[in-house]
Design a binder for this molecule. Structure first.
Ligand SMILES: *[C@@H]1O[C@H](CO)[C@@H](O)[C@H](O)[C@H]1NC(C)=O
Ligand SMILES: *[C@@H]1O[C@H](CO)[C@@H](O)[C@H](O)[C@H]1NC(C)=O
Ligand SMILES: *[C@@H]1O[C@H](CO)[C@@H](O)[C@H](O)[C@H]1NC(C)=O
Ligand SMILES: *[C@@H]1O[C@H](CO)[C@@H](O)[C@H](O)[C@H]1NC(C)=O
Ligand SMILES: *[C@@H]1O[C@H](CO)[C@@H](O)[C@H](O)[C@H]1NC(C)=O
Ligand SMILES: *[C@@H]1O[C@H](CO)[C@@H](O)[C@H](O)[C@H]1NC(C)=O
Ligand SMILES: *[C@@H]1O[C@H](CO)[C@@H](O)[C@H](O)[C@H]1NC(C)=O
Ligand SMILES: *[C@@H]1O[C@H](CO)[C@@H](O)[C@H](O)[C@H]1NC(C)=O
Ligand SMILES: *[C@@H]1O[C@H](CO)[C@@H](O)[C@H](O)[C@H]1NC(C)=O
Ligand SMILES: *[C@@H]1O[C@H](CO)[C@@H](O)[C@H](O)[C@H]1NC(C)=O
Ligand SMILES: *[C@@H]1O[C@H](CO)[C@@H](O)[C@H](O)[C@H]1NC(C)=O
Ligand SMILES: *[C@@H]1O[C@H](CO)[C@@H](O)[C@H](O)[C@H]1NC(C)=O
Length: 550
């Protein structure tokens, strides 16, 4: 937090903050947050489908269903985001099991997996897929996909299966469903994987690049025969290198120097990020997730990678967008009580917007069946019931703040705040302030365990803004809320629930939650909003009949 704090001081932003006060009586002593009239140069501009998903390869049939039994609940949740963002989320079908999936054209079922609890209780580490698997690409109208091909398993049978799968997957994705391809998940962990190494210890960046070029070329040859229009230079594009991190056993920078993009078929630089791990000692909701500094520290690795890459003009096109092709809170599928709470939803809003403001231009939030950090559980299992989970509401909050990216791509600016348990961002459209969001991540327990007393009233923090002179009139508020940071149910955004039980994931207005609040912009452009601890508020300046600019 130190650099931001000194930046705040330099900019003359007071670093004192609102103190806790009883509900309805927020402190009047609040920091004045200065909002510039126009975004500075070089701020983040998200790509279309900024809020996207990565779905565990082995779980994709659960999430999408198939032609005879499409998963309409999942489709409704994707539509909700699509109506805010202008496009449905892009779906990357990948993860560890992408590199376990061996295609067998004689397999009659979509997939057949074997879970080995000693390797992972959460997904199969032995997996066969058949032609029926690709039916799952047919169930979500208007959705674009990134299909993850297997690079990890390199037995003769697995390599043959890779090439045999090409006609099936390219036909499934032809006709506007293909976004990009991917070959290999986190190859920087192939030598060290805790599910079993798949390459020898002496495997180098150059070996990886050699294999990647060999097999992408072989896939292209197979596609020229089966789907020639997808084999064109324009369509045959990849997410790469999809490394698990920036400091594992292969260095992403070196792979580009070694010619990863020799064929100029990489469209997007994809990296993976988890801010910490489910079993890491000392991980807590407040200290790890509801902590803006955690996000700054974690994303610094990717910003470093991105900066080093743009300094390699001979091996890389400096204009390639940098994204997170797989990300979430705590690796190893999240921890219950943390990754599945409303606090994790607030974490997701701050994490995603910190990415957006730093030009990490798309985030694929990872999920799989029964995963603790999932945005939704697509089917009933004996572990988790089908339903919309807390992180989904964070995804909705981010999409609502960014607005229709296709129609009006926003510039996203972070507004430095003095405390690491809160953050704020501004969205500018056509150079004008359109929206603000405040994310208060000060832990407040809904159920029990509030240290002070069990009927400790929820404190409210007041945030005061100095707005650009042109902003006048009334701003409209939308709140992302729940009973507390530990709540796993009862979440709403702007008074709407997206829960499965209510209307199969379609929005349902709840009548026990306040909505429709507005706040006047005062004289001299001052404005204050009150934010209960553990909640977020979205402030719109661009809605209403009269407009707010004169
Ligand atoms: C492919 O699937 C068929 C049908 O289940 C099976 O008989 C065959 O052994 C499988 N091939 C391989 C290489 O596993
Ligand atoms: C489609 O999904 C249903 C429900 O899971 C399943 O019973 C059926 O076998 C699947 N069809 C194919 C072709 O896999
Ligand atoms: C699998 O990878 C190892 C290490 O790179 C290599 O020695 C072996 O020949 C590969 N096998 C196949 C079938 O490509
Ligand atoms: C790498 O290790 C493998 C097996 O561990 C060995 O067969 C191969 O010769 C080694 N390659 C080099 C270049 O040392
Ligand atoms: C496709 O790209 C390759 C490699 O960049 C280039 O040599 C070739 O001319 C391109 N083909 C067309 C049809 O543009
Ligand atoms: C927030 O995260 C940073 C970086 O990991 C850490 O140094 C700090 O102690 C955390 N704050 C709390 C309250 O745990
Ligand atoms: C950034 O990259 C440099 C050079 O590779 C490295 O020394 C440094 O530790 C990296 N910092 C982070 C936060 O990854
Ligand atoms: C839960 O379901 C899985 C997969 O269907 C099954 O293998 C397992 O035996 C079930 N466990 C219990 C406790 O019923
Ligand atoms: C909320 O509950 C958790 C778990 O009981 C506890 O560790 C934490 O300190 C509580 N937070 C507050 C603000 O009281
Ligand atoms: C809650 O109480 C525990 C133990 O008494 C203490 O360590 C912790 O700092 C307290 N947390 C808060 C948020 O007050
Ligand atoms: C939230 O709090 C309200 C008011 O105390 C209560 O009626 C409701 O049941 C709570 N919701 C959940 C999901 O616990
Ligand atoms: C509103 O009602 C829903 C459904 O009964 C409940 O889950 C939620 O917690 C309630 N919210 C409040 C603030 O009482």
């Amino acid at each position: 937090m130190a650099p931001l704090r000194s930046l705040a001081l330099l900019l003359g932003i007071p670093v004192s903050r609102a103190t806790a006060a009883a509900l309805g009586h927020p402190s009047k002593r609040s920091p004045l947050i200065n909002v510039e009239a126009a975004p500075p140069l070089g701020v983040g501009v998200p790509l279309e489908a900024f809020v996207s998903y990565s779905i565990e390869f082995s779980s994709f049939p659960d999430f999408a269903g198939n032609i005879s039994a499409p998963n309409t609940f999942s489709n409704n949740l994707l539509n909700n985001l699509g109506s805010l963002a202008g496009t449905k989320p892009y779906i990357r079908v990948g993860g560890n099991t992408e590199d376990y999936a061996v295609f067998n054209s004689s397999l009659e079922v979509a997939s057949e997996g074997i879970v080995d609890p000693s390797k992972s209780p959460d997904y199969p580490t032995t997996l066969s897929i058949g032609p029926a698997y690709f039916e799952s690409y047919e169930t979500w109208p208007g959705t674009k996909f990134i299909h993850g091909f297997n690079l990890g398993r390199n037995s003769t049978v697995a390599r043959q299966g890779l090439i045999d799968s090409v006609p099936y997957v390219c036909k499934a994705l032809d006709g506007g469903k293909l976004a990009y391809w991917e070959l290999g998940n986190e190859p920087d962990l192939y030598k060290t994987s805790s599910q079993g190494p798949v390459r020898p210890a002496n495997w180098t960046e150059q070996d990886y690049v050699g294999e990647w070029l060999h097999w992408t070329r072989a896939i292209r040859v197979a596609m020229e025969g089966s789907c020639p229009n997808l084999a064109s230079n324009e369509s045959f594009k990849f997410y790469a290198p999809s490394f698990g991190g920036t400091s594992n056993s292969l260095d992403p920078i070196v792979t580009w120097e070694d010619g990863l993009d020799a064929d100029k078929d990489i469209a997007i630089i994809s990296s993976h990020n988890y801010i910490s791990g489910a079993a890491v000692l000392g991980v807590t909701l407040q200290g790890t997730l509801m902590n803006h500094t955690s996000n700054i520290v974690s994303i610094a690795k990717q910003l470093n990678e991105s900066r080093l890459l743009t300094a390699l003009p001979s091996s890389i096109d400096p204009d390639l967008p940098f994204i997170l092709g797989e990300t979430n809170s705590l690796y190893n599928q999240g921890r219950p009580g943390l990754s599945n709470t409303f606090g994790a939803a607030l974490w997701g809003v701050d994490f995603n917007l910190w990415c957006a403001t730093n030009n990490i231009r798309r985030v694929h939030m990872h999920q799989g069946t029964n995963y603790r950090y999932q945005s939704w559980q697509p089917i009933d299992t004996n572990i988790t019931s089908k339903g919309t989970k807390a992180p989904y509401y964070g995804n909705i909050g981010v999409a609502a703040f960014l607005g229709d990216i296709v129609a009006s791509p926003p510039d996203i600016v972070n507004l430095p705040l003095p405390n690491e348990e809160e953050s704020a961002y501004a969205a500018y459209v056509d150079g004008k302030l359109a929206r603000l969001i405040v994310i208060n991540m000060m832990e407040y327990n809904a159920t029990e365990g509030n240290n002070i007393t069990d009927d400790y009233p929820r404190p409210v923090e007041r945030y005061s803004f100095q707005l650009p002179a042109a902003v006048k009139g009334t701003a409209q508020l939308q709140r992302l809320t729940a009973n507390g940071s530990d709540a796993i149910t009862g979440l709403t955004f702007d008074g709407y629930s997206y829960n499965y039980e209510l209307d199969n994931g379609m929005p349902v207005l709840m009548h026990n939650v306040t909505r429709g609040e507005s706040v006047k912009v005062g004289s001299g452009g001052k404005m204050s909003v009150d934010v209960p601890r553990s909640s977020a508020v979205l402030i719109h300046f661009d809605q209403g009949a009269t407009g707010y600019y004169q």
